[in-house]
Design a protein around this ligand. Structure first.
Ligand code: ARG
Length: 304
């Protein structure tokens, strides 16, 4: 019956080997950390007493960009703007799906200056740009998985942005409430491992997440929708290991994410550690790029 086929799909998701994992070919948008510096604190990770080592940040950012390229992806760049310290965290610049780019509307005044430059970049690169009405911080809080957008709220993005997002893209939006200030953006607590429908209509869509970052209702929602998700245990002190980037096969993440790495390997993903410790000082990990910049295409490319 239908129950069996559902169960069958779950086990496929869980037991796929690394040869079966499907890599997506992607275009990422990144921003050189030329003006990345700490002059304010807008999340619990940022401390004026822990300034950024700018040359180290630049080397780490280069390594991250090189990693995406080495994995077969394309990286586009947006010009950094003096005074916009956090522009390196491009994931927050908007949500792009297919040819449509919904701009961000930041809840933090320190980042509002980024809104227009990102919308201008999207327009200059051929996207249909939508200027948002409600506050929402782009792909930091809005994550496409299959035909669904998972949407975080509680710290930055406002709940009323979710209906707007659903309307703009014509997709289902699932609201998830974040409750731990260290995990203030959805992507600090949730990583989309497999964003796609696999061949033969097999639903491979899956995620990794940190259950304790969500309220109980949201946790129940995630368990129901993603029974095969990787659940990353809470750690003290908090870590940003879940702020990782998966192309369906390769998962770029911080080193020392031991239990997460073990679980990824078990499921046939290929963990790719990149040290982004300077980016952690601003409150995020490897997920600094905006993706979905172009229609994603499947690739049979093997790992280099
Ligand atoms: N300092 C930035 C802020 O607080 C960090 C943004 C992190 N971005 C992300 N996608 N999680 O806005």
């Amino acid at each position: 019956g239908p129950q069996d086929s559902v169960r069958h799909q779950f086990s496929v998701r869980r037991e796929m080997s690394s040869e079966d994992r499907i890599q997506q070919h992607r275009r990422y948008l990144m921003c050189r950390p030329d003006h990345f510096t700490l002059s304010y604190e807008i999340n619990p990770w940022m401390h004026l007493a822990h300034p950024i080592d700018m040359s180290r940040a630049m080397r780490q950012w280069q390594a991250l960009r090189d990693t995406y390229v080495r994995l077969g992806h394309e990286v586009e760049l947006i010009d950094p703007i003096p005074g916009l310290n956090d522009m390196v965290y491009v994931a927050n610049g908007g949500l792009v799906i297919g040819g449509v780019a919904l701009g961000a509307k930041f809840s933090v005044s320190e980042r509002r200056g980024e809104e227009l430059p990102f919308r201008e970049w999207f327009a200059a690169h051929g996207y249909d740009v939508v200027e948002p009405v409600a506050m929402q911080e782009g792909e930091g809080d809005l994550m496409l998985v299959g035909e669904t957008i998972l949407a975080g709220y509680g710290f930055r993005s406002q709940l009323d942005s979710h209906a707007e997002v659903a309307g703009v893209f014509g997709l289902e939006v699932v609201s998830l409430r974040l409750v731990n200030p260290f995990y203030y953006h959805l992507d600090t607590a949730l990583c989309v491992l497999d964003p796609v429908q696999g061949p033969g209509g097999v639903d491979l869509a899956n995620i990794a997440y940190l259950p304790s970052a969500f309220d109980e209702r949201s946790q129940a929602e995630l368990v129901e929708r993603f029974p095969d998700a990787i659940r990353v245990p809470a750690s003290v002190p908090e870590t940003l290991e879940v702020n990782a980037v998966s192309d369906g096969r390769n998962v770029v993440l911080s080193p020392h994410s031991d239990s997460f790495v073990a679980q990824l390997r078990e499921r046939g993903y290929h963990p790719v550690p990149v040290d982004v410790s300077e980016l952690h000082l601003g409150g995020a990990g490897s997920n600094v790029a905006l993706w979905n910049c172009e229609e994603q295409t499947m690739s049979t490319m093997t790992n280099p």
